[in-house]
Write a protein that binds this ligand. Structure first.
Ligand code: ZN
Length: 98
């Protein structure tokens, strides 16, 4: 998770990975949420800055959004596999303090 505060020109990242950063950078040119234009910007950023394997995984990650599913079909000519949201490691973690 991350977000951009345009009032303070600040990007806040809760995950320090390149794909999350690219997701937020794709929001910068225009505040259009997860629109088709945003998905296209993100797809292009992924193609530019990720290696081929990471790029394929990242393209699948975009399919969590309807705009991403539409773009995936447009780019690859096939429906993406069903998106499975990953369960946070914190969901099933029990406190271990004594
Ligand atoms: Zn977003």
């Amino acid at each position: 998770m991350a977000w951009v505060d345009k009032d303070t020109d600040t990007m806040m990242l809760c995950h320090f990975d390149k794909d999350t950063m690219l997701h937020e950078i794709a929001h910068l040119p225009k505040d259009d949420a997860h629109s088709d234009a945003w998905a296209k910007r993100l797809w292009d950023l992924q193609e530019t800055y990720l290696n081929k394997k990471d790029c394929q995984v990242a393209h699948l990650e975009i399919t969590r959004y309807l705009s991403g599913r539409r773009l995936y079909i447009k780019k690859l000519g096939e429906k993406p596999p069903k998106y499975e949201d990953q369960v946070s490691i914190w969901v099933n973690t029990k406190p271990t303090s004594k």
